[in-house]
Structure formats: C-alpha cells, structure tokens
Design a protein around this ligand. Structure first.
Ligand SMILES: [Zn+2]
Length: 574
C-alpha cells in the first residue's frame, strides 16, 4: 500500500517537472546530491594495466565548442580555482611530465628515450624572485626582452615564478644565465610537475607544481556561450580536466564533468541507443545513482569513478544521440533511493527467469535488492543471444577447472546442487572426487568457480520447481508463483508472500518451507543447462527492454519492479 502511494507521488512530480513547474523534493523521500560534479578517471595506472604509463596527454577544442584554455586547480569542494593563466592563441595543448621528451607526430604524443626534431627539454633557468600573483610574474617575463618568447610562468605551491627556456642538459640551461638580467638557478622540476606545451611544438605555455597536494586543472574556454566540448584521444568530452601526478613517472587524466553530462556519456555504452526510451530512462536513473553512490571510489587516484566496466563504461559524447540524451534529460536529477538513501543500483544483462537477493550472490542483504520471479524476459528470448546456454564437462574436466583455481582434487565423480534460492537460482553446490573428498561452493561462486554465464542452471536435467523450491524429500515440486496466494492452517489464513513459501503440515499448521534439496549427477559427463547472463542482482537490462517494448511499462514501473520498495527521488537543483 505504501509503495503504491509513493509511486503515485512520483508520477505527479514527474508530470510537474515536465511542465516546467518547480517542485521541492517530497517530504519523506528527500535526497540532495552532495555535488553536481563527478570526477571520472579517463587514463590511469590502476595497478592491473601497469603498462599504461605515459608521459603526455593532449587536448583539442572541438570546432564551435570552445577555443583556448584557462589554467587552475580544483579545491576540495570541486571548485575550479583559476590561476589567471589563459592560453588563447592555440586550440591544441599537451600536458607532459617535466622530462626530456620528443614529439612523435604519428601518435601526436611526447615520449622519452626516442628521437625527433621537436624536443621539450626539462632544464630551465628559473629566476629566484617569486610573485604572489600572475600579473606581477607576467610583467617580469615581459621585461626579459628577446628571451621572453622562450620563457614561461610556473606556479608552485602558491607562488608564481618565471623560467627561461627548455634545455636537455643542466649545462645548456646554465649557459643562458649571462643573458638574464635577474639572478636565478637551473631547475628541472619535480616528480609532481606538469608542463603544458602547445601540441606539436616545444613551446612551453605553463608549468604547475602542487607538491602532490593540488593538481593542474584545465578549463576549456567557451567562446559561443555553449558548453565546451574537447577532444582527448579522439573522444569528445564535456567539462574540464585535471592531471593528477603524485611523485611517479606517470599521471592520471581526470574529467571533471556535470553528473547529467556524465550519464549522457554512459548510457549508449551500457545499453543500445536503439532500445525503447523507457528502458533507457530506467538505466539513466541507475547510472546516475550508481555514480553518486560510488563518489570517491577511486579517490586515491584523484577521481571518483573510472571509465571501464569496473565502474561504468563512459565514452564522452562520441556515441550519444538524441534518444540517449533525451532519456537523461527526462530523468534529470532523479536518483533511486530507499529510506532516503541512495540505492546501489546493480544491473546485468539478463537473469534467465528470476533475479536474486543480494545476500544469495554476495554477502550483504540490502532491502531493495530482493530476488523476484521475472516474467518479462521470456517475451524477448528470441532477441537475446545465448539466453539458454549449455555446457558439458567430464569428471576430469571439472577436476582441472577446480585445480586451476587452486583446489587439489581428483576426478570429479559427483556434482550436486545442495540448495536453490526461493527464486530458483543455485545457492550451494558440492563436488565429490574419486577419493571421496568434497568441495562445496556457495553464492556467486556457484557461477564463478566454473566460469558459467549465470547462477541459474540445472545439472543433468534436475529442474526443481519453477521457483526452485524442493518440498520435503519427495519428487513433488511446487510450481506456481507465490504471489497473492494464501494457505489455510489451523490458525486461519496466511499469506504466501515475500518470496517465502508455506505449506500445511499434517497437524494443520502453516509452516515455512525451507528451500533446500539435492540434485546430483554421478554420470560420466555433467550437462549444465542454464539461462541468463550476469550476477542477477538488481535490474535486468533485457527485462527492462521487454517491459518497455512489449508490455508498455514506464521507467518507474521498471525500477520499482527490479528494486523492491525503492523510490525515485529528485535531488534538489544544485
Ligand atoms: Zn572503477
């Protein structure tokens, strides 16, 4: 009842929002996002792909969407703090580490240890005097006469300095001293220094050294009053960029982007742009909520979320189109909440017939991540490749699978499903080898240990019931869905709700049926027939497709079906 009421309220608010009527967040489901800016890691060393070290990262304004750049850094509240330094005579800049680097025109990048006609030297002659503001430093630079064209301003820990030239050796930098009318010394930067050059040249535009506490940020300059779009590695991005260098040879490229623009860059990568708008809108709410939930996930690298499947795939505006942008705009500011807090909006490709409660896959039982029988996927099975899948293993093949995961076992002679969940997914399995040694796995390991596509399968035709519920020790399976059903017991009528199942015992009492049973095979080969693809927790993307396409459901219908008792809340406008 409560859920129905909330849903009505959401509909009313959505309608009001579309009409342009200003609404406040509703009383009991208030949510205010802590920020409107997310920090997305675009290129970084995550400890896995350690070869991703690199010395340079370029930017280029997209024609018609900005020209030039402003230099600064971000404070802890994600505000861009300008340093008063602008670059307005080029639309292409490259951020490099302060090393001797050679320009490679093929890859448009700067590299160490190669050769080339364009070289950026890391030795500079730095004037001793420091300045508290950019203008004073600029006046000093202008007073250098002919040397000013090869000089640049450096910002280091709150002070501005003037540096002359870039040389590949300390001695070459020292040789310029007699021509400089100020005292100074040779400087070659630190492992925190970022240098900004004009792409394709050795012209240094600016240097930044925050000592590992603050990091160079670059804001593309808007020229037409529109939002800026900027290329990095041939991908167009909204927003600004930060270069996080923490005392190593490499640095992390971070996109500071408005949450709505971020979601626009996720949607076409996590769902096909050709899918129904209501399914896309459901995913937009999920993607937005997921990002805000995981704010600071990768904070050790200076960003919130990465741009891979580890978080959510994000590709700037390259694949966005009018439909995906519309799905984001029509759900702008909407977050999925439970009890006033953000939900962890997990989603997956397909569940094969039933989703799963979070504690039956992972550990924590989240109230909005409940397994539900999914009647929707079935209508679109013909569109889903490998929806029903099958793999066959011999006992020795199963043994090598287990051995490859570090288990010491002989040929597997028995493979059993010890327990199904109330929605019929596999919860506990056991292997027995030729020596009688057993190996038991539960939850998502029922899928991962064999690398199966889902946790929803049978072994050698053992099917359980439609709900996967095995009653007593007989072969009788209950096969109906246990919604809106009641049983009469000695104490009156009891609802068969909540995914639990009850039966009348010989004494006339209604008792909960424990969902366990044993399926096993001792045959020569083990045939595993399954359906679905993914972890089965939260929203099925194909289920959302079917709900929208076949059943005409809205994104709110989809979200409330897959996230039990969750409510879409509007964040107050930031
Ligand atoms: Zn990540």
């Amino acid at each position: 009842m409560k859920r129905t009421l909330k849903r009505v309220i959401v509909y009313l608010l959505v309608t009001a929002s579309l009409l342009g009527i200003t609404t406040t967040a509703y009383a009991d489901e208030n949510y205010t996002a802590p920020t409107d800016t997310v920090r997305v890691g675009l290129y970084y060393n995550d400890g896995v792909t350690t070869s991703r070290t690199f010395a340079s990262a370029n930017l280029q304004n997209v024609d018609g969407y900005g020209y030039g750049y402003e230099m600064g850094y971000y404070d802890s509240n994600r505000n861009f703090i300008s340093l008063g330094v602008t670059v307005t005579d080029t639309n292409a800049i490259t951020m490099v580490v302060d090393r001797n680097l050679y320009y490679n025109s093929g890859s448009r990048s700067y590299m160490e240890g190669t050769s080339g006609s364009v070289v950026v030297g890391c030795f500079h002659y730095q004037i001793n005097e420091s300045f508290s503001d950019y203008q004073s430093a600029a006046s000093c630079l202008a007073s250098l006469g002919t040397l000013s064209s090869e000089s640049f301003i450096k910002y280091e820990n709150g002070k501005y300095y003037v540096c002359v030239g870039n040389y590949t050796s300390s001695s070459a930098a020292a040789a310029v001293a007699p021509n400089v009318p100020y005292s100074g010394s040779v400087n070659s930067g630190t492992s925190y220094t970022m240098t900004v050059v004009e792409t394709g040249t050795n012209r240094i535009l600016f240097e930044f050294d925050g000592g590992g506490k603050s990091f160079l940020a670059v804001r593309p300059i808007s020229t037409q009053g529109t939002k800026t779009l900027t290329y990095y590695k041939n991908v167009r991005y909204y927003g600004n960029f930060s270069y996080v260098r923490k005392g190593t040879d490499t640095f992390y490229v971070v996109n500071y982007v408005n949450i709505e623009d971020y979601v626009k860059g996720v949607l076409p990568y996590e769902m096909l742009a050709s899918w129904p708008i209501e399914a896309l809108k459901a995913l937009a709410v999920c993607a937005r909520t997921y990002a805000m939930f995981y704010l600071n996930k990768h904070s050790s690298m200076g960003f919130d979320i990465c741009n891979t499947t580890d978080c959510q795939v994000y590709g700037g505006t390259n694949s966005a189109n009018d439909v995906t942008d519309r799905a984001v705009n029509e759900t702008s500011g909407m977050y999925l909440t439970y009890d006033g807090k953000l939900c962890e909006t997990f989603y997956y490709s397909s569940n094969g017939g039933a989703s799963e409660s979070s504690e039956n896959v992972w550990n924590e039982a989240l109230p909005y991540l409940r397994g539900v029988i999914d009647p929707y996927e079935e209508a679109v099975i013909d569109k889903i490749s490998n929806y029903n899948w099958s793999v066959t293993y011999t006992g020795s093949e199963l043994a090598s699978k287990l051995q490859s995961k570090g288990y010491s076992c002989g040929t597997i002679t028995k493979f059993e499903i010890l327990e199904f969940t109330p929605t019929g997914n596999v919860k506990r399995i056991r292997f027995t080898d030729s020596n009688g040694k057993t190996f038991t796995f539960s939850k998502e390991n029922c899928r991962l240990i064999l690398g199966l596509r889902s946790q929803r399968y049978t072994i050698n035709g053992y099917e359980g019931s439609a709900n996967g519920i095995y009653v007593n020790d007989s072969d009788n399976f209950l096969s109906s869905l246990f919604e809106n059903l009641f049983a009469v017991g000695s104490g009156g009528t009891s609802s068969l709700s909540g995914g639990d199942t009850y039966a009348i015992t010989s004494t006339g009492d209604v008792e909960k049926i424990e969902t366990s049973g044993t399926a096993s095979s001792t045959g020569e080969s083990f045939v595993i027939n399954g359906s679905g693809w993914g972890h089965n927790v939260g929203m099925s993307q194909w289920g959302a497709y079917s709900m929208a396409k076949i059943y005409g459901k809205t994104y709110l219908d989809i979200l409330t079906f897959y996230y039990t008792d969750a409510v879409v809340a509007f964040s107050q406008q930031l």
